[in-house]
Design a protein around this ligand. Sequence first.
Ligand code: GRF
Length: 224
Amino acid sequence: MARRKTAILISGRGSNMTALLDAAESPDYPADIVLVVSNRPNAAGLTAATERGIATLAIDHASYDGREAFEEELDAALKKAGVDLICLAGFMRLLTDSFVKRWQDRLINIHPSLLPAFKGMDTHARVLAAGVKITGCSVHYVREEMDSGPIIAQAAVPVLDSDDEESLSARVLEAEHRLYPMALALVASGRARAVGGRVVIEKGPKDGFAPLISPPLETADDQA
Ligand code: GRF
């Protein structure tokens, strides 16, 4: 099967981008990352992608008059690169409804919580303040409302009594780096399909349904 041409949109350090690029190095991986775009020209992720020989582009949102003009430029770049799928990976710009509709079911995002809990910014601080014992990350199709689209995959991690924002975000990030490549593979291979508000996953030969807990709960104390 032809690999789906994929773009990654970033705004910052791009550690999820790196996880996706690592996965896509395997010729069997169903997505081919053909372009990395940042709306911030100084994003560290852009340098990391360039160093790996990936085509990159900075489209500085600040030099455009409004979201539509910025997205017109973005759309043109995606079209030029023949992009068919988009991964948002720490992309800190809200996209317009019309962009989201145009890319419906070909636009996915990673969010550092177990959606639909803790949508939006400052996720880990709110998780800690709420006193929940399990958090995690979610990869979902993007819909008009922020962090609300059908969920493709999730990973759970424990919240420890000793956690602060830094330790919790590091644990969740580690899970993100394992989850996003898996979720993109499901989408790019056509095994994940949005049906109504849910995602149906066609079972593959190696799939188990064990919950994804990272790190395993029995080692959680070691990290305290
Ligand atoms: C991640 O926590 C992601 O879930 C959120 O923004 C962060 C981006 O980190 N949307 P990175 O740039 O991928 O390192």
